[in-house]
Design a protein around this ligand. Structure first.
Ligand code: ZN
Ligand code: ZN
Length: 489
C-alpha cells in the first residue's frame, strides 16, 4: 500500500485548490483523501510530493516505438558537420557493437560536402558488420557493402536507396535483429516514454504490408516494460492479426502519402502545381479490408492525411456504423486536412481522429511549411483539434514518434498554442486528448485515464501546471500502476 501525498490533483478537468493524497493498493487508486491525512495505515509507504501537480499518466495513441527505440540506441547524426565526423561516429559504434549498425537523422544538406558518404567511405570504418545510414526523413538510406550484399534486386546504379529500395533495405535489417535487440529497442522506447511523462503508448508493429513483425515476441513480454504498450499489428494481414489474438489492426497503413512529398491525396492541387497527390487504394479495397476487420470485431486504424483520403476512409467507417452499430472506435490516423463539411462527416461516422499537435507546432503558421505546400487559406484547415472537439468528436493525441518528440508537456502545449487561434484547445481539452480520450480509444475508459477510485494508479507528476507558460513544467515522477517508473533526482 502506498500513499502519494501533498499534491494538487487533476480531477474532473482542473486542479484541486488544496493539496490532497491518494491511497494506492495493488496498483489501483483505493481512495482520494484530504490533507492532512489523519489515518495512514502504518504499513503504507508514504511518498511526499511536496506540492507538485499530479495529472493522470499521459497516453500517446500513436508511435513507432520500435524504430524510435532502435535508432536512439544507434548513431545520431543530427548535428554532424562533415563526412569525417560521420565516419568517426560510425567507427565508434562499430567498435562497441556486435550487431547491425543503424545511423539516423543524417541530412546531407547540413554538412559541408552536401552529399551522402560513399559506400567506400562507409566500408573503411565498418568493414564487416551491416550498416544502415538513414536520411533524416526516413525516405532514403545508404548501406555499406557488407549490408548491400545481403539484398538482391536493388537499383544497381545508385548507392543511395530511395522509395521501394529504401523500404526493402530498412525492413530487411529490422527483421534480421535478434529478439534481445528487438526487446532492447522497446525497453529504450519505454524509458524515453516515461521520461516524457507517459504511462502508456500505442505502438505500431509490422511493415505496413503483410508482416506483423515481432508482434508475438512483444505480446509475450508485454508486462515487462516500464510503460503500458498498446499494440497494433501494422499490416493488411487480417489472418495474422487474428491468429496473434490482436484486438485491432492497422496504424500507418497508407490511404495516401505525405504533404512534403506531395503524395497526400487532396481535392484541390498543391499550391502552385496541378498535382493533387493520389489515393493509394480504390474504394472497394478499403470496403473489403475494413469491412472484414470490422466483421471480426477488430478496431481499424488507417493513415490518412489529405482531405480526399480522410473522406475515402471515413465513408467506409460511416457505412459500417450505419449497417452494424458496433462500437469499435475506428481511427483516422493524422486526419490533417479537413474542411467544415468533412469535420461534420467525421462527427457522424463515429471515427476517431488520432492527431499530432506537434505537426502544427512544427509546420503551422502563415509562413510555415503547410502554407507553402497548400497556400495560406487552406492551411487554416490543418489539424483542426478544436473544430473536431466542438463537433463532439473524441480527438486523441499522439506524437507519431519518432517523427516528433515523445514529450507530453510539449505536445499538450502545442495543442493549446495552435497557430490557428480557432483550433486551440483549452488546458482541460488538451489534457483529455492524452488521457481520458486516449483511454477510451482502447476501450479502457473504466480503468485508465482519470484520477478516480478504482482506476489504475497511473500518474504524471509535474513541477507546475502545463498552462503555466512562464515556468516550463518538468516531469518529477511517473507512476505506473502504483510503481514509480521514472523519477528525477
Ligand atoms: Zn505513424
Ligand atoms: Zn502515418
Amino acid at each position: 500500500m502506498k500513499l502519494f501525498r501533498n499534491a494538487y490533483l487533476w480531477l474532473a478537468g482542473s486542479f484541486t485548490t488544496d493539496m490532497k493524497a491518494i491511497l494506492v493498493h495493488n496498483g489501483v487508486i483505493e481512495s482520494i483523501m484530504h490533507e492532512p491525512v489523519s489515518s495512514v495505515p502504518s504499513y503504507a509507504q508514504v511518498i511526499d510530493l511536496e506540492g507538485a501537480y499530479l495529472y493522470p499518466g499521459f497516453i500517446d495513441t500513436h508511435t513507432h516505438s520500435f524504430e524510435g527505440g532502435l535508432y536512439s540506441l544507434g548513431v545520431d547524426l543530427s548535428n554532424v558537420s562533415c563526412i569525417d565526423e560521420v565516419l568517426a561516429r560510425l567507427h565508434e559504434q562499430y567498435k562497441n557493437s556486435d550487431d547491425i549498425i543503424f545511423a539516423w537523422q543524417f541530412d546531407e544538406q547540413s554538412i559541408r560536402e552536401q552529399r551522402f558518404p560513399s559506400m567506400n567511405e562507409l566500408d573503411s570504418v565498418v568493414p564487416d558488420k551491416p550498416l544502415v545510414l538513414r536520411r533524416i526523413d526516413g525516405h532514403s538510406c545508404v548501406l555499406n557493402s557488407y549490408a548491400r550484399k545481403q539484398l538482391s534486386g536493388l537499383d544497381p546504379v545508385s548507392e543511395i536507396l530511395r522509395a521501394q529500395d529504401n523500404d526493402i533495405a530498412v525492413h530487411h535489417f529490422h527483421k534480421m535483429l535478434k529478439p534481445d535487440a528487438i526487446l532492447n529497442a522497446y525497453n529504450r522506447a519505454a524509458e524515453i516514454a516515461v521520461k516524457g511523462g507517459f504511462t502508456g503508448i500505442h505502438t505500431m508493429v509490422g511493415d505496413a504490408m503483410q508482416s506483423i513483425g515481432h508482434y508475438s515476441l512483444l505480446s509475450q513480454h508485454i508486462s515487462s516494460f516500464k510503460v503500458t504498450y498498446t499494440l497494433y499489428p501494422q499490416s493488411f494481414n487480417l489472418k495474422a492479426a487474428l491468429d496473434a489474438g490482436a484486438r485491432r489492426i492497422g496504424g500507418c497503413i497508407l490511404a495516401d502519402g505525405s504533404i512534403g512529398s506531395h503524395t497526400a491525396a487532396l481535392f484541390q492541387p498543391y499550391y502552385g502545381t496541378d498535382n493533387s497527390g493520389s489515393l493509394y487504394h480504390d474504394d472497394s479495397f478499403w470496403r473489403k479490408f475494413i469491412g472484414d476487420a470490422h466483421k471480426h470485431n477488430l478496431q481499424v486504424g488507417v493513415h490518412c492525411i489529405g482531405d480526399k483520403a480522410i473522406k475515402q476512409i471515413n465513408v467506409v467507417y460511416q457505412q459500417l456504423a450505419d449497417s452494424t452499430g458496433k462500437d469499435l472506435r475506428h481511427q483516422l490516423i493524422h486526419c490533417e486536412l479537413t474542411d467544415d463539411a468533412l469535420v461534420s462527416d467525421i462527427s457522424k461516422s463515429g471515427a476517431v481522429p488520432v492527431m499530432q499537435p506537434n505537426f502544427d507546432f512544427l509546420w503551422g503558421g502563415d509562413n510555415g511549411f503547410y502554407s507553402k505546400q497548400l497556400g495560406v487559406a487552406r492551411s487554416s484547415n490543418m489539424n483542426r483539434l478544436a473544430s473536431l472537439t466542438r463537433s463532439g468528436v473524441k480527438v486523441c493525441g499522439s506524437s507519431d514518434w519518432y517523427i516528433t518528440p515523445l514529450d507530453a508537456v510539449q505536445s499538450i502545449r502545442a495543442a493549446m498554442q495552435h497557430h490557428n487561434v480557432n483550433e486551440r484547445l483549452s488546458h482541460a481539452q488538451a489534457v483529455d486528448i492524452y488521457t481520458r480520450n486516449a483511454a477510451w480509444l482502447s476501450h479502457e475508459e473504466n480503468s485508465r485515464g482519470t484520477i478516480s477510485e478504482g482506476y489504475n494508479a497511473d500518474f504524471c507528476i509535474l513541477s507546475s501546471p502545463i498552462d503555466n507558460f512562464v515556468l516550463k513544467p518538468s516531469v518529477k515522477m511517473v507512476v505506473k500502476q502504483g510503481s514509480t517508473v521514472y523519477e528525477t533526482d
